[in-house]
Design a protein around this ligand. Structure first.
Ligand code: PL3
Ligand code: FE2
Ligand code: FE2
Length: 232
């Protein structure tokens, strides 16, 4: 019988199961929120409606797949903290939608939330249990597609949307960094170094800003300033 896997956390320990309940809740609520955001984006962008509905359906599948990961470990997801941590981002999305600010809706879901998901799943993959590992790898590939959608939409419009992108990042990025701060102990218990997660996220997010046309120096300056402020 295999009782321990080298370099992996002890999936059966009470500490792991307790931390996993909140992390699993976070991921399930985050995926459900992404599903809702893509369905709202589909209504805002009629020319891409079918594609956005397809991306939303992928998110609903991710949520169901991660419910399966918790169930496999016999852990009940705790979604209370997840809702508290994700509501500010959802509220920012809804406020942008109300004022007709499609650019901010895309930045919040397709750049920020997707970059966060890619960074989190990339660091989770090597410490995942054998059931969750292939699921996480498959989900990561989907998230890259979601990120690409946002980048491809924003890139040709960079000149006119850059100020709105910057204002949105200014508001939304601190929320994402705050989530890592709040979850830091649970992250450590499941084998993820919170500082490494922040670094991975910031590097990926900077790459996204560059992919939509920002000069490297401008992207780096904004992220350095915002992360220094959020982590002070
Ligand atoms: C976008 O498709 C989904 C957004 C999901 C948000 C993810 C939140 C992740 C929090 C840190 C979790 C570490 C990974 C653990 C995976 C079970
Ligand atoms: Fe997803
Ligand atoms: Fe996604």
């Amino acid at each position: 019988m295999i009782t321990a896997i080298p370099n992996k956390p002890n999936f059966a320990s009470p500490a792991y199961r307790n931390a996993y309940s909140r992390i699993n809740g976070m991921v399930i609520v985050g995926e459900g929120l992404a599903d809702r955001h893509f369905r709202r984006l589909a209504a805002l962008l009629p020319e891409d409606r079918d594609e956005l509905l397809r991306l939303g359906a992928m998110e609903a599948r991710h949520a169901a797949d991660f419910v399966g990961c918790g169930r496999n470990l016999g852990v009940r997801p705790d979604s209370g903290l997840a809702r508290r941590l994700l509501t500010p981002l959802h509220n920012q999305f809804v406020a942008a939608e109300r004022r007709g600010d499609l650019v901010s809706c895309l930045v919040i879901q397709c750049l920020l939330i997707e970059c966060f998901a890619v960074a989190a799943y990339r660091l989770y993959l090597p410490v995942a249990d054998p059931y969750a590992e292939p699921i996480t790898a498959a989900v990561m590939a989907d998230e890259a597609e979601h990120l690409n959608y946002g980048e491809a939409w924003l890139r040709p419009r960079d000149a006119e949307v850059a100020p709105a992108v910057e204002a949105c990042v200014e508001q939304a990025l601190p929320v994402a960094l705050g989530m890592v701060q709040t979850l830091r102990n649970d992250l450590r218990v499941i084998g993820i170094d919170p500082a490494e997660l922040i670094a991975e996220f910031v590097v990926g997010f900077q790459a996204s800003l560059e992919a939509i046309g920002w000069p490297e120096s401008k992207a780096r300056r904004l992220l350095t300033r915002l992360s220094a402020k959020a982590l002070a």
